[in-house]
Design a binder for this molecule. Structure first.
Ligand code: GLU
Length: 323
């Protein structure tokens, strides 16, 4: 099953990313599938090529080699740097616009914060729909098209910068996560109409990740559990674009105490520190132990772990307290 690792090159890898990369690599390889390395450098302010190179170096040091992608762009589904895929996102946005479910948004961050009802959320920003044209919904597509172009035409005269948002329905999106089980997310309550393209022109992660995973033939998405609920936004996009969603497997985030157990000292989780203190096989062995794949932490290579890996071994790990 084709899998992928999709790091944002905004810093050095830390133990959490390494854990995700390892599980994703093991799962893809074990099933005889390809493992793709995609560089998620959508945010021009935070992304640096130097970090992307460092991530590649850290993966190779760990023995996690990719079959496709990376900076060198190995494979036929590239480019593998999101910063070079603008035309692909443009086409997807065009198709979404045709559904009549997108609209321009002129809200500033301050506008959005001012309409928040903090007691209803856990700190997430839920867009209140300030710029949503009235009557936006699947049955009013035509009316909306006319309305939104009139609206954007008018507003363009005074405010040039605008984001593009996507209408979300007030309904439950259901999916199954391999580790976290059945999920049900109401997008209207979870995030509200979400951004596809920012006012500064940057593409939103949600759009890019869906388009890329689909076009690159990814069948299994393994990533940190902080992104579990955003899968619902992605499933909604898959649906609108007529694409088949992959399987999702979110893995627990390794936090400070996991590292302290590893280092017995209060050390950084960064690979810069970890590489000074450990060999790749010590690190892999420790992570495999935390994941429940090994009964105790002993040195082992990623390759050596393959025969021992199974999702059912890992499933137990989701109940380990990693905080
Ligand atoms: N680029 C994201 C990150 O580095 C991961 C996105 C994903 O795997 O879908 O956290």
């Amino acid at each position: 099953m084709t899998g992928r690792f999709a790091p944002s090159p905004s810093g050095r890898m830390h133990l959490g990313n390494v854990f995700t990369a390892l599980i994703s690599w093991l799962s893809a390889k074990k099933s005889g599938g390809r493992w793709i390395l995609r560089v998620e450098d959508l945010d021009p302010q935070r992304s640096r090529m130097e970090y992307a190179r460092q991530i590649e170096d850290d993966l190779l040091w760990l023995g996690l080699d990719w079959d496709e992608g990376g900076i060198g762009g190995k494979g036929s589904n590239g480019p593998y740097l999101q910063s070079e895929r603008g035309n692909v996102y443009e086409e997807a946005l065009r198709r979404l616009t045709e559904t009549g479910l997108t609209y321009p948004c002129y809200c500033t961050r301050a506008d959005i914060m001012a309409t928040q009802a903090p007691h209803e959320t856990d700190g997430r920003v839920v867009y209140a729909g300030t710029c949503r044209p009235r009557n936006l919904g699947e049955t009013e597509r035509r009316a909306v098209d006319a309305m939104s172009s009139a609206r954007s035409g008018m507003a363009d005269e005074t405010r040039r910068e605008r984001a593009t948002r996507l209408f979300v329905p007030d309904e439950e999106i259901r999916f199954n996560d391999r580790l976290y089980g059945a999920q049900s997310v109401n997008l209207a309550r979870h995030c509200g109409d979400f951004v596809l393209r920012r006012a500064d022109g940057a593409w939103a992660y949600q759009l890019a990740v869906v388009v890329d995973d689909a076009l690159m033939g990814v069948k299994e998405v393994v990533r940190g559990s902080d992104l579990l609920l955003s899968s619902a936004q992605q499933i909604y996009l898959y649906r609108l674009l007529g694409l088949e969603p992959p399987e999702f497997a979110h893995v627990p985030l390794l936090c400070n105490s996991s590292v302290q157990r590893l280092s017995k000292r209060d050390r950084s989780m960064s690979m810069e520190e970890l590489r000074k203190d450990y060999t790749p096989s010590h690190l892999i062995g420790y992570m495999a132990y935390v994941a429940g794949i090994l009964p105790e932490p002993f040195p082992i290579s990623a390759e050596g772990l393959l025969p021992l890996f199974s999702w059912s071994a890992l499933r137990d790990a989701s109940s380990i307290n990693l905080d």
